[in-house]
Every structure is written in C-alpha cells, then in structure tokens.
Design a binder for this molecule. Structure first.
Ligand SMILES: O=C(O)C1=C[C@@H](OP(=O)(O)O)[C@@H](O)[C@H](O)C1
Ligand SMILES: C=C(OP(=O)(O)O)C(=O)O
Length: 419
C-alpha cells in the first residue's frame, strides 16, 4: 500500500445553507466555521444580504448578525443560481414577510418543480405567482402572520419538510408535518439548537409554542458525506489507495451510502466518532476494494443517499454482477434528469444499461470506449465521470466548472488521491 493519504472533503452543503438561513432570522450574532464556500451556499449568503441581513466573512469565518424573523424588502431579484435547497427554503422565509420577493435561478433551477413548496406555502396564506407549471421565477407576496397547516407530504423531501417548518415559524397556529420516509433531519436538529420547540413522533413533526430563534454561538460545519462519496469511490477503485477522510457527517439520515458500501464490499472503517454542531461526525478510512458486489437499492434508503447515486453508478461498473436501482424517480428532477444523464453517458462508454422510469440496471464493464460525456452542467454527473477519467479512461467532459456548485476543491482532491 502507498502512504495513507488524508483529506477533509468539502463542508456539508445542507448544514451550511441552514446555518446561514437560521442565523439570519435569529436574534443574536452567530459565527460559522468551515462554512461551505461553494456557489450554492454563497448564493444563500447573498440572498440574505439582499434581504437586509448583516453578514461578513473574515479569515474564512462567516459572521451573521441576525435580524429576527422579519427581514427588509430586497430592492432586486434574488438569484439562487443552481440551488434547489436555496430556492425552496428561502421561499418559505419570504412567505413570512410583508413584502414582495422575486426568486430566480439558472436554467436548471428554472425547470425544477416548485409546486411541492408553492402548494403548502399558499395553503398557509402566502400568495405565490410562478411561470406555467409552477416553475421559477417565483413572485412571493408574503405576510407576517401565516396560517397553520397539517401537511402529509407524499414525497420524502427535506426541502419540502424544511419549507413547511420554516413557514411554520411565522404563525402561532398548529403546524404538523409528516413524510412517507425519513429525509435528512438537519432542519429539525438546528431549529432545536436555536431554541425552537418541536416534537417528533414517527415521522410526524409538530411545532410547539416557542417559534423564535435565538443564538449567539459558533457553528462548526462538518464535511459533507455526499461530497466525500465521490472521492471515496475514487479511492475504492484506485489500486493501493488508502485514505482517511476527516470529519465526515455520519448523521443516520445521510449514511445510506455507507450501508451500500458495506453491501458492495467497499473496504472502509469508521475511526473516531464525535459530535459537531449537534450532528454525528466521524473520520472514515477507505482502502482500495478490488472485489465488489453489485448493489440493489430501493425503498426507504433512497432519501439517505439520493445525491450519491451518480457516484454509485460508477462503482457499479466494477462489481461482479449487474446493479439495480428502483424507487428513485426523484433523481429525474435534480440539477439534471440524473437517471437519463447516467444512462446516456454510460451507453456512450459502451456499457449495457437498462433505463427504468424510476431507476436503472447497470451491467459491469471494466472495458470502456472513448466517449464525450455531457454533464448537463450537473455537478454530481461531472464529478462521477471525472472519477473514470482520473482512473485513466479516455473521455472528455462537456464542462468541468459545475463541481463549484458543491465541491470547489474536487479536482484537486481527485488528483491527490490519484497520485
Ligand atoms: O434539504 C437539503 O439540504 C437537500 C435535500 C435533498 O433534496 P430533496 O429535498 O429534494 O430530496 C438533496 O437532494 C439536496 O442536495 C439537499
Ligand atoms: C440535488 C442537489 O441539490 P439542490 O436540490 O439543493 O440543488 C444536489 O446537490 O445534488
């Protein structure tokens, strides 16, 4: 084996967004260490600056002087770029304001479904105009006192859950939310840290009496297991690689990837479990894993590894038998239609793939033909196929800028692991 490599992957995107959003609408000044300085999460900071919140960045530390729940009218359109999380969570903040907010994004975001948040927010009393088919830009006429809601979401989406809970901060009435499977729970964890009362019982969340956020603390953001997954796959496939990934978030609502790694025979160990900002974190050692089993992924594990499926589709090429994905329709409405992006690009490489409405079946194949990969400016697609390139396969990518969305150091880390 080579010398053990060490790295800290990009900071967690979901926790970074929430740390900026909740600090902005809290009373008190919070500092955020290890904030993710990537396009999506920088756009969230820009949005709150436009809404009158004092935010400064000094020496890599973000400092946010919260305004309390009620913000100032932005004098211009708010652009969330490529970020579904940014648009859906900030829409909920805007739904609780007594003024007009106009939210837009890039071409990808303007084609992602917003009905899923427009419906509950409108039910709570916000007026939201959109383009045809509930597409952004969104014009949100909010109000300070929304109505309560009892919402049974038919999708397991942390963005929908968070939108309902955030809008719920702007009413004294009953707010109850439930989802079919448990999605990532960072909003629940962080709202509690900011002093908001909420109870959770069998996937039903109920907001309690105190819905004001208070905080004067330092939030330290762990590394993003979803970003780590891409470089971990590189290490598992690179002969002699052995690397420790520091401070990875291992919140159980995010670790479906580790369960699948175990099933596939990826050689990894969890080293030092600890707590950071109320979340479970660990260092993870990954080693070259030459004997891989296929995966079969379906059902309630999906929300816990949804962003890692493109990375797993690359691992599937090196498994002994075909890998199957089902129940993953949500992948069709991410930054690109990820089922189509994966299937089409693998086919170009000469891989035998079957496409399903809600997933795919990938035949393993270590022999790949030269191909031009269309990323559709989707960071997860670009990162996945870059792993093959780093392993020495002959392919060209349509662009290599999209990883800045979530993982600005991705290529540097990939090169380090490949060296
Ligand atoms: O809440 C979040 O921070 C996120 C939730 C997930 O989306 P959905 O809520 O649409 O499943 C995930 O895909 C996204 O990258 C981040
Ligand atoms: C789907 C993703 O993010 P978002 O929904 O925030 O754009 C992602 O990062 O893979």
């Amino acid at each position: 084996m080579d010398k053990v490599k060490t790295l800290r992957c990009a900071s967690d995107k979901s926790i970074s967004h929430r740390s900026a959003i909740f600090s902005s609408i809290a009373y008190g000044t919070n500092t955020i260490k290890n904030y993710l300085f990537a396009q999506d999460t920088l756009n969230t900071i820009k949005a709150f600056k436009k809404l009158g919140v004092e935010i400064s960045i000094d020496n890599g530390i973000v400092s946010i002087k919260g305004n309390g729940k009620y913000l100032k009218e932005a004098s211009d359109i708010i652009d969330l770029g490529n970020s579904g999380t940014g648009m859906r969570l900030i829409s909920a903040v805007c739904a609780g304001q007594n003024f007009l907010s106009i939210l837009t994004g890039d071409n990808s975001l303007k084609n992602r479904p917003m009905k899923r948040i427009i419906e509950p927010l409108a039910q709570m009393g916000a007026t939201i105009l959109s383009r045809k088919n509930f597409l952004a830009p969104l014009a949100i006429f909010g109000k300070n006192n929304l109505s309560g809601i009892q919402y049974n979401s038919n999708i397991a989406s942390a963005q929908v859950k968070s939108a309902c809970l955030i809008a719920g901060l702007y009413t004294d009435e009953k707010v109850e939310f439930s989802e079919p499977h448990l999605s990532r729970n960072h909003t629940e964890i962080m709202l509690k840290q900011f002093g908001v009362d909420l109870t959770i019982e069998n996937r039903k969340i109920t907001l309690g009496k105190n819905r004001e956020l208070h905080g004067n603390f330092e939030i330290d953001v762990p590394a993003d297991i979803s970003s780590c997954a891409f470089v971990m796959v590189m290490c598992a496939l690179k002969p002699n690689c052995e690397a420790i990934f520091f401070d990875c978030l291992v919140n159980p609502t995010r670790t479906g990837i580790l369960k699948v790694f175990s099933d596939m025979g990826v050689n990894y160990e969890i080293l030092n479990k600890k707590a950071m900002c109320g979340e479970e974190v660990a260092d993870i050692l990954v080693r070259y894993s030459p004997n891989l089993n296929p995966f079969y992924i379906d059902g309630e594990i999906l929300p816990t590894l949804i962003d890692e499926i493109p990375a797993l589709s690359i691992l599937a090429l090196f498994a002994g038998k075909p890998s199957i994905l089902k129940d993953a329709k949500e992948l069709r409405v991410k930054e690109s239609d990820r089922i189509k992006s994966i299937v089409e690009n693998l086919k170009k490489l000469g891989v035998s793939v079957e496409e399903y409405e809600d997933g795919f079946k990938i035949q393993p194949s270590k022999k790949l033909q030269k191909a031009y990969i269309e990323t559709h400016f989707d960071h997860r697609i670009a990162m996945s196929f870059s792993i093959l390139k780093a392993l020495g396969y002959s392919l060209d990518l349509s662009e290599t800028k999209s990883p800045n969305t979530s993982y600005p150091n991705f290529f540097e880390h990939l090169k380090y692991l490949g060296s």
